[in-house]
Design a protein around this ligand. Structure first.
Ligand code: EPZ
Length: 419
């Protein structure tokens, strides 16, 4: 068993380079199945979700050569299998993209149901709605999704819920469909735009990604031999921006796209923090106690649910009483019970949590309950007086590359210990 041992209280300062986006990378890798050829993906984050997605592709018959820890040359011309096993797909959420990609390529697919952070029900009914609209027969049984289609025909699809996964999955399934597919009420996250940019760079015809109406005109095939660099991770960037706020620090983030963080930047400034943007760098500093805030999570460009727990740490230390309304997931406040062990004063009821700010937190043994909660608890340990021991690191390693090293370079006293 591994744990992180963190000695607080540290004001973080210095520079950190942001890695490629997890939620783009885990979609781009299965998207290469559509090429039936070769492509090189750069700026891949070195995280376990990416490793597992690559392992699945290799089990399907792909050849993957790692040119360095963040660059993979993927050859999917040798893929001859459209069945992905439940024991692998259940390890993370993004295995669902294999359904859209394999359906597109083989008109046949059998993929184990996805797993991922425990945030509530996490249905895939909107994914299935899209596949069926394109002409596929879809069945969910015995822990897997099977789908088949004589032909995939472009169709108008109106999303009942704004869904990142379903939007990307329907794009993957419609790239070769005959005619035009329209996704109305589409999600607009940067990783959706990244997947569309990648596919368009090799011959797909996808328009409107990043807006709520996306049109996909079916094409015959995609080009082999290209190279594509994954978009910077706006959630990792936001995590470090909030770490600067929680610790009264001064951090310069490199390799960012500041427009992807406009909502968070506005909130940080509202709470008394300072944000300087210059090119692909963002400097965040806060030399006084943050003031309270009201947070409502929403689909992009609203406040990201994936930064909710990290913001919760700042609110736990802010001056005044704050409120978070979590409008995306049914159950994303488990981390508050861990913060209470550290002296925070938080009450939560359903989708709402109230934070009565305290002057300081105190170190304690705490447990990561999901990927972003784990990151939040690292921030809390750095901001707290005394020693924090953080367990369940597997959650964090799914989505953050070398996280303790990045925090150590910013002055944190943090080590990974194998018990
Ligand atoms: C993606 O999950 C991200 N994961 C999540 O990030 C993120 O929290 C979420 O989008 C929202 O931004 C990946 O990209 C791998 P959704 P996803 O489909 O696709 C409901 C992280 O920390 N819904 O946008 O699963 C759903 O229940 C992770 O990196 C349906 O009802 O999210 C939720 O309430 C955690 N039916 C809402 O829509 C469906 O078919 C948004 O879900 C699909 C979703």
């Amino acid at each position: 068993m591994e744990k992180l041992v963190i000695q607080g209280r540290t004001r973080l300062h210095g520079e950190v380079t942001i890695s490629g986006a997890k939620n783009a990378a885990v979609a781009l890798i299965p998207a290469t199945l559509l090429i039936n050829g070769v492509c090189t993906l750069e700026n891949l984050p070195n995280i376990s979700d990416v490793q597992i997605q690559c392992e699945i592709l290799k089990e399907l018959g792909a050849t993957i050569e790692w040119l360095n820890p963040n660059t993979a040359r993927i050859d999917t011309s040798t893929v001859d299998n459209y069945k992905a096993p439940l024991d692998k797909t259940s390890k993370f959420r993004a295995s669902y993209y294999l359904i859209g990609a394999l359906l597109s390529r083989f008109h046949n697919v059998e993929v184990g149901l996805p797993g991922g952070c425990n945030l509530g029900a996490r249905p895939i009914d909107q994914h299935i709605k899209g596949f069926e609209a394109l002409g596929a027969n879809v069945e969910v049984a015995t822990g897997k999704v099977t789908a088949s289609a004589e032909n995939l025909i472009g169709a108008p699809i109106y999303m009942d819920t704004v869904s990142v996964g379903a939007t990307i999955n329907i794009i993957l399934a419609s790239v070769f469909a005959k005619g035009t597919t329209t996704i109305d009420n589409a999600a607009k996250e940067p990783h959706i735009v990244d997947v569309a940019n990648f596919l368009n760079s090799i011959g797909a015809d996808i328009r409107g990604a990043g807006t709520d109406i996306i049109k996909i005109n079916g094409v015959e095939k995609l080009k082999s031999g290209s190279t594509y660099s994954v978009v910077p991770d706006q959630i990792e960037a936001g995590t470090f921006m909030l770490a600067a706020m929680a610790t009264g620090g001064d951090i310069v983030l490199k390799n960012c796209i500041s427009e992807h963080l406009d909502c968070l930047t506005a909130k940080i400034i509202e709470m008394g923090g300072k944000v300087d943007e210059s090119g692909d760098e963002i400097r965040v500093y806060c030399n006084k106690r943050p003031t309270k805030a009201n947070i409502k999570t929403a689909p992009y460009p609203g406040f990201p649910t994936d930064l909710q727990s990290q913001m919760g740490v700042v609110l736990a230390l802010a001056d005044g009483t704050s409120v978070i309304s979590e409008n995306i997931w049914e159950s994303r406040f488990q981390y508050t019970y861990e913060l209470i062990k550290m002296g925070a004063k938080i009450t939560s009821q359903g989708k709402t949590a109230f934070f009565e700010g305290v002057e300081k937190l105190s170190g304690a043994p705490v447990y990561a309950t999901d990927l972003r909660a784990g990151a939040a608890l690292i921030i809390a340990g750095i901001a707290a007086e005394g020693t924090t021991e953080l367990y369940n690191l597997q959650h964090i390693d799914r989505g953050y590359e070398n996280i303790e090293e990045k925090f150590r370079k910013l002055g944190a006293n943090i080590i990974r210990v194998r018990e």
